[in-house]
Ligand binder design. Structure first.
Ligand SMILES: Nc1ncnc2c1ncn2[C@@H]1O[C@H](COP(=O)(O)OP(=O)(O)OP(=O)(O)O)[C@@H](O)[C@H]1O
Ligand SMILES: [Mg+2]
Length: 204
């Protein structure tokens, strides 16, 4: 069986780089935060915004830049991660659950795309919390994208993701660049600097 890293790598997103991203006004802050993070991943970078605002592209660009520097990065779409974990949880799974879970928990750089879109079961919620809580405690570099307002991810996750000691939340307002349609919420990005509280309201 291919490893989790191989199954969840950036191959399909190899074209999503900083040089293929032409930041519009509303994306400039997120672009600069993401490119700084890519050069020196420290703490957490949380990209918030409506559908089609460039979150996945920037998250993948971070991963691609780390690979270019011959540094490790694991890019995982959260619902896929939970599927992998569920599959290995069964006795038929070829990769032991613990091994997989540990490799995600301890990855030197973990990029979690689309947090909050997964079907939530108590089990999935707990597994995700364990991964993020470990990374929070260990201060491990992590990128999270979501189009769900932080507070809707639950108090425990929201609190960690908004901790100014560790995390930089950056929101991207603007239209859906796939369709050109305005997203439901138009919200200015917070000014530079750590310590911003999570942005309130619905992003998609
Ligand atoms: N500034 C940009 N320059 C070039 N391409 C862009 C830019 N912003 C977004 N795109 C492209 O627009 C499309 C949508 O972006 P992306 O997939 O990153 O959105 P998203 O915020 O992750 O959306 P969702 O919430 O639906 O996952 C992608 O094809 C992406 O490459
Ligand atoms: Mg996306």
């Amino acid at each position: 069986m291919r490893t989790l890293v191989e199954r969840s790598n950036l191959k399909a997103l190899q074209g999503r780089t900083f040089s293929s991203f032409f930041p519009q006004e509303n994306q400039k802050l997120a672009y600069s935060r993401a490119s700084e993070f890519a050069e020196r991943p420290e703490g957490w970078l949380v990209l918030l915004g409506g559908v089609g605002t460039g979150k996945t592209h920037l998250a993948a660009a971070i991963g691609n830049r780390r690979l270019e520097l011959a540094e490790p990065a694991i890019f995982l779409v959260v619902p896929d991660l939970l599927d992998h974990l569920r599959a290995t949880f069964s006795p038929a799974g070829e990769t032991p659950f613990d091994e997989l879970f540990e490799s995600v928990k301890t990855a030197p750089l973990l990029i979690l795309d689309d947090l909050g879109t997964q079907t939530t079961t108590p089990w999935a919620t707990e597994k995700l919390f364990q991964i993020l809580n470990y990374r929070y405690m260990m201060r491990l570099p992590t990128v999270v994208t979501t189009n769900v307002p932080l507070e809707e991810l639950g108090d425990r996750l929201a609190s960690r993701m908004a901790d100014p000691e560790l995390s930089i939340p950056v929101s991207i307002a603007g239209p859906d660049l796939r369709t050109g349609r305005e997203s439901a919420t138009q919200r200015p990005s917070p000014p530079p600097g750590r310590g911003r509280p999570p942005q309130r309201g619905r992003y998609s």
